[in-house]
Design a protein around this ligand. Structure first.
Ligand SMILES: O=C(O)c1cc(=O)[nH]c(=O)n1[C@@H]1O[C@H](COP(=O)(O)O)[C@@H](O)[C@H]1O
Length: 269
């Protein structure tokens, strides 16, 4: 998907919500556990109930890999279902990959060519040649971890090298890489006070912002300095939406929780 299409969808739906499909079999309604593929059935119901309220879905691959071949098959069915039924939805494989060049090329093929995701999250630690293989794909996006939502972000990302924080080096250096126009960045909603500085370095880029909901980040605070001329934000909530209820009304309750966030976003568009 092109960035223009994503922006048009945001304006049409008056939403920049991304719903995280992080499926834990211990958290889904027990009545689904007896069907053949509980993860896919759960995802399908959540997607059908919420697709009009969001512009993106982000399955975190850990939650599928944890269930072995069956889990990978549920991930594959989910992305095929999305691409077939809701082709205007932006899809993010939250896989946090990145390795030496030829390995990164294989990761890129797995997620962009085989599974046909629109975007993947990638760790910047191994540098230019570990990220550029992802950027070589037409109309695909690479979402680089910049300043993450967790407490461990302060271990390295905010440490200074030559009087500048590591996350700022990541943002600045990545702009010099080939096809850097295909980059987006992860910035945690729990780090709202950093958005002003981040926007000085990447004013036009899309930022994927996890951490609203279960991790306590504030949508209002993020929007204050995070928004740009194209909105430029994808705000993710996973547990706060998909586990709104463990009963038969789970999809309806998820739609309600998604609707609350979408409603909060509407005045900004
Ligand atoms: O890359 C991510 O999406 C990510 C980066 C980050 O800094 N923090 C973060 O929580 N995430 C992911 O975003 C999702 C957050 O889920 P909830 O806390 O349940 O809304 C999980 O899939 C995390 O792995």
């Amino acid at each position: 998907m092109t960035t223009q299409t994503l922006v048009a969808e945001i304006k049409k739906k008056k939403s920049f919500l991304c719903i995280g499909l992080d499926i834990d079999l211990e958290k889904i309604p027990p009545h689904l556990l007896s069907v053949e593929d509980p993860i896919f059935e759960f995802n399908k119901s959540i997607i059908d109930a919420t697709h009009h309220l969001c512009v993106a879905y982000k399955p975190n691959t850990a939650f599928y890999e944890a269930y072995g071949l069956k889990g990978w098959s549920s991930l594959e069915k989910t992305i095929r279902y999305l691409n077939k039924n809701y082709p205007d939805i932006f899809t993010i494989a939250d896989a946090k990959r990145g390795d030496i060049g030829n390995t990164s090329s294989m990761y890129a093929k797995a997620f962009f060519e085989d599974l046909k995701f629109d975007a993947i999250t990638v760790a910047p630690y191994m540098g230019k040649d570990s990220v550029e293989p992802f950027l070589a794909f037409q109309n695909k996006h690479t979402i680089l971890l910049a300043l993450t939502s967790n407490a461990g972000a302060f271990d390295f990302q905010t440490k200074k090298i030559n009087e500048k924080e590591v996350y700022k080096h990541v943002l600045e250096t990545s702009k010099s890489w080939k096809n850097s126009d295909k980059l987006m960045y992860v910035v945690g909603a729990t780090k709202a006070e950093y958005f002003k500085e981040i926007r000085k370095i990447v004013p036009h880029s899309f930022l994927l912002v996890p951490g609203v909901g279960a991790q306590g980040g504030s949508l209002q605070e993020v929007c204050k300095y995070g928004l740009n001329e194209n909105i430029g934000l994808l705000i993710n909530s996973s547990r706060g939406i998909i586990y709104a209820s463990k009963n038969k009304d789970f999809a309806e309750k998820a739609a309600f929780a998604a609707g609350v966030l979408q409603h909060e976003m509407e005045p900004f568009i």
